[in-house]
Design a protein. Structure first.
Length: 325
């Protein structure tokens, strides 16, 4: 823009000089007429005409150039405005998409956590029943029925509570021990220990209840040793998939020092798995199996979000999604 202004200013100066020369030639011509010198009249008159025509021509040229510049600037302004409008529409589309995704995410989260909330509520009801917290158990059963709509299950729980209230002390202890044993079997040791503590509070004088003391911790330690043995075998066999699954199971049992001791071998297992997943991804892309490539790529991002491979996969996700359709 600054260069165009300087160029136009220089052009005006040239036109002014030409018109000045034409005016000077005209003045000289008139002075010669007054002085009676007729010899040079034609020359000065010719100079005047040439300069006048040159000035007019230059004026027209510069006017055309100026109008063209204005037109180009106008086109540029219109183009800029169009780009701004296009960007605004694109931004509106992005915001709309984000809003839809947020709404969708809320719905998905509601469905995803429904079963988990229900399980937590069921466990709390059973604990209240065995702890003989009847009012609390009834409130939770009503919540289960109202919130989740499980009327038949609520009726079964009310019947279970009624049976438990009318059972003898020995029957209650037997039922509780059976429940604790089932929790040990599926390795839910924290819940099992809560049941033991409730039973101990209610029936601390019973020999069967006293025998439960310390069993949860012993079973937990035994299960941890079994997992560590399986881990060592998986590392020796270079069984990556098995090693990863065992590490996930071990996570809640290891102390900080034990976790530090396994860190190096665990890092090697996870690197090996990431390498294998990367090879699978590359093979699927090469073979144009877009659905499989998309699935394995999403697994890489989910399991190794901070890895360089995950970033490379993210850069290709949009193209893979388009080709997988």
């Amino acid at each position: 823009m600054a260069q165009e202004k300087n160029w136009f200013r220089s052009g005006l100066q040239v036109v002014a000089v030409v018109y000045g020369a034409a005016l000077l030639a005209l003045v000289c011509n008139r002075l010669m007429i007054l002085a009676g010198e007729t010899a040079a009249l034609r020359t000065t008159w010719a100079i005047f005409l040439v300069m006048a025509f040159a000035g007019v021509a230059l004026t027209c040229v510069f006017m055309l150039i100026f109008l063209g510049t204005l037109g180009a600037q106008g086109d540029s302004a219109v183009s800029d405005l169009r780009r701004i409008m296009s960007s605004q529409k694109h931004s509106e589309a992005i915001l709309t998409n984000i809003n839809e995704n947020l709404l969708l995410s809320d719905s998905i989260k509601s469905v995803a956590f429904r079963q988990k909330d229900r399980t937590v509520l069921q466990n709390a009801i059973h604990q209240d029943i065995r702890g003989e917290q009847w009012d609390s158990a009834e409130l939770l059963i009503a919540e289960l029925e109202k919130r989740f709509g499980y009327r038949q299950e609520a009726q079964q729980l009310r019947q279970e509570m009624h049976n438990y209230r009318s059972a003898s002390v020995q029957e209650k202890i037997s039922d509780s021990i059976k429940n604790i044993d089932s929790l040990w079997t599926i390795h839910r040791y924290d819940e099992a220990q809560n049941e033991v503590e409730i039973l101990t509070t209610l029936y601390s004088d019973d020999q069967r209840v006293r025998d439960l003391q310390g069993q949860t911790e012993r079973r937990r330690d035994q299960h941890k040793r079994e997992l560590l043995d399986r881990w060592d075998k998986a590392v020796q066999k270079n069984d990556v998939e098995q090693g990863v699954e065992i590490l996930k199971l071990l996570d809640s049992y290891l102390t900080p020092s034990e976790a530090a001791a396994l860190e190096e071998s665990a890092r090697g297992v996870f690197r090996a798995k990431l390498h294998n997943m990367g090879l699978q991804f590359s093979i699927y892309v090469t073979e144009k199996k877009w659905h499989q490539a998309l699935n394995i790529g999403q697994e890489i991002i989910a399991e190794y979000p901070n890895s360089r491979m995950a970033q490379e996969v993210r850069d290709k996700l949009e193209i893979l999604s388009m080709r997988a359709k």
